[in-house]
Design a binder for this molecule. Structure first.
Ligand code: M6R
Length: 595
């Protein structure tokens, strides 16, 4: 999704360089064009084009852009095709004001028509340009910038954040409505950006903005105003501690591989945190006092919810309904009341579908719980109680360590709620490490076999159903092959017809379900298919599977978590063997902030 970053500094300097560096830190979000605008000697210097940050900034020499304020934007196209014209930032009619947004202006067609009718020079079909004209309109009528933004806020429908400045006052303005916006306080410099990690190399002093807030930045001061009444709001400055190691690949070829290898430590950190924090109990108190519980998420986070509901049902004896976020409102919305607990799971804490579900649920219940990885995210700030995943920053678009920690978190919580000891959880991180070490070679080899197939299935049963869905998502996401994840017993109800000689079907099984999985494997094998199993060694698996990726011996509750690891590795090596960069798969973004 789009990313914006703005800087204002006391003395003019080559801020283009810092904007490019900040832009690179936002590039994990996925984008197709880049632009940079800097206020230089009373004039706005605007450069932009389609392409990656490195490419465009080199071609247009962003690093030489000199001035005392500026903004960089990475655009992921929704309104208007990816093109130079539609790339952001955008100028107002006479080139005195410039800005860029992140998010979606849903009344774009109406506003474009209106502005054109009113005589504005609309140069693109991109919705970001409308934010600038919306502010320009009121500024030209004589309102100051804060009031112009307040009035524009009333005209712009949708969820967005934008940064804007003009050539008259040495200020940078930004507003937040539904999309992330964070302010950084520097020495004689101020910053604002779509996300926290992009600011951390610049400053550790942070202000988190809420929806409906406008920030006015000068080099020495950050003032926040409410959109509703224009009054100043006193905000807390949070001192954030985090090192920048996460932004480096640490000798690995890709962030994804690095993050897979960080999983043992990430899981250990999480377990330690849960052991020490009183928040796990607070979180569970809310669940215990509820009649109905939903686990809500998207993509990998939803798959963790599937496993989480299995754990809660089987260990804590609490029925939980796992649901993909956009389905929550339409299907279960009418059942939500003040005895309903909604657990929203999102590594970014910004996924629009999840935030929509949260906003809806909040109207009916205060039992809103969050499971997030990104500190300071919208979901974190809006939850009654939240639990951090403690996975550290995840750069790669495919979720790996955050997914594993979501599963670990649910297992821990289910055990705690079920009155079971969590002491054995400490055995899980070394098992994760063993699994990475012992399955890597097999996964590489298997990727070689799968390379010639553009279509496959991944099946699970009981506790491994969510993992099968996750394995299939990983393969789709970073190899561009079709791979469907489903309940293994459902396969015979239609998809079995796809099986032919050598056709790959992966089976993920816990020891408990070996017998049933063996039957399902044989339905594939007897039709010439190749049944690849990810499971612990057992007689049934050894005798039946065409190939076994062997998991270390553990427990029925640990093995689904471990099984996710070879699935990640298979997807990774298959992706690399096809010449794809698994960190940044085409068309995708790490943080999906649109509907
Ligand atoms: O930040 P979230 O956990 O809310 O993200 C949800 C999905 O977009 C995300 O898990 C996505 O499916 C992953 N990139 C898959 O690897």
């Amino acid at each position: 999704m789009c990313g914006i970053l703005g800087i204002i500094t006391l003395k003019p300097r080559a801020i283009g360089r810092d904007l490019v560096a900040g832009g690179k830190r936002l590039s994990y979000r996925g984008y197709d064009s880049v632009g940079c605008a800097v206020m230089s000697d009373g004039k706005i210097d605007l450069r932009k084009d389609v392409g990656k940050v490195d490419e465009v900034s080199k071609k247009l020499n962003f690093s030489e852009m000199h001035g005392d304020r500026g903004v960089i934007q990475l655009r992921w196209a929704t309104f208007g095709a990816p093109s130079k014209n539609n790339a952001q930032p955008h100028l107002d009619c006479d080139g005195d004001m410039v800005g860029a947004h992140n998010g979606n202006i849903v009344n774009t067609p109406q506003l474009r028509e209106q502005f054109m009718r009113e005589g504005h020079t609309v140069r693109s079909t991109n919705d970001g340009e409308l934010c600038i004209h919306a502010v320009e309109k009121y500024y030209d009528e004589g309102y100051n910038m804060v009031d112009s933004i307040r009035k524009a806020y009333g005209d712009l429908r949708g969820d967005y954040a934008f940064i804007i400045f003009n050539n008259k006052e040495k200020k940078l303005y930004a507003v937040k409505k539904g999309s992330g916006l964070v302010v950084g306080i520097g020495k004689d410099e101020m910053y604002c950006s779509s996300d926290l990690p992009s600011l951390l190399p610049l400053t550790k002093k942070i202000i988190f903005l809420s929806d409906g807030e406008i920030v006015s930045l000068s080099p020495k001061e950050a003032k926040v105003f409410g959109v509703s009444d224009g009054k100043e709001i006193k905000k807390k400055i949070i001192e954030y501690r985090e090192n920048a190691e996460h932004a480096k690949k640490g000798g690995y070829e890709h962030f994804m591989l690095k993050e897979i290898n960080e999983q043992p430590v990430a899981a250990e950190d999480l377990i330690e945190l849960l052991d020490e924090s009183e928040y796990a109990d607070k979180f569970l108190d809310v669940i215990k006092s509820s009649d109905k519980v939903f686990f809500v998420g998207c993509g990998s986070s939803y798959h963790a919810c599937l496993l989480g509901s299995y754990y809660f049902g089987n260990i804590a004896k609490k029925v939980v309904i796992p649901v993909v976020a956009p389905q929550f409102i339409s299907e279960y919305g009418h059942t939500v009341d003040d005895k309903t607990c909604v657990v929203l799971v999102s590594q970014s804490g910004e996924t629009k579908d999840v935030i929509n579900a949260m906003n809806y649920a909040k109207e009916k219940t205060d039992k809103i719980l969050g499971v997030i990885n990104v500190i300071g995210s919208t979901l974190m700030n809006s939850s009654k109680v939240y639990l951090p995943l403690a996975a550290g920053y995840e750069v790669s678009v495919p979720a790996t360590k955050t997914f594993i920690n979501q599963c670990v978190m649910f297992l821990y919580l289910a055990k705690k709620m079920g009155g079971k000891s969590c002491d054995d959880m400490k055995k899980l991180p070394p098992l994760i490490k063993d699994t990475i070490e012992s399955t890597t070679d097999d996964c590489k080899r298997l990727a070689g076999y799968l390379k010639k197939w553009d279509d496959m299935y991944c099946l699970g049963y009981g506790s491994t159903y969510g993992i099968a869905r996750e394995a299939a998502l990983k393969i789709k996401e970073i190899t561009y092959s079709h791979c469907e994840g489903m309940y293994s017993s459902e396969f015979k109800h239609g998809p079995l017809s796809a099986v032919r000689r050598g056709y790959p079907v992966m089976f993920i099984s816990s020891l408990k379900d070996v017998d049933v999985i063996v039957s399902h494997m044989n339905e594939v094998i007897c039709r010439g298919g190749r049944a690849i199993s990810i499971a612990e060694k057992s007689e049934g698996m050894v005798r039946n599977a065409s190939e076994l990726i062997e998991l270390p011996h553990s427990t029925d509750y640990f093995s689904p978590v471990l099984a996710a690891i070879p699935a990640q590795l298979i997807a990774y090596y298959l992706s690399v063997s096809r010449g794809i960069n698994p960190d940044f798969p085409r068309n995708l973004s790490k943080t999906i902030t649109v509907d």
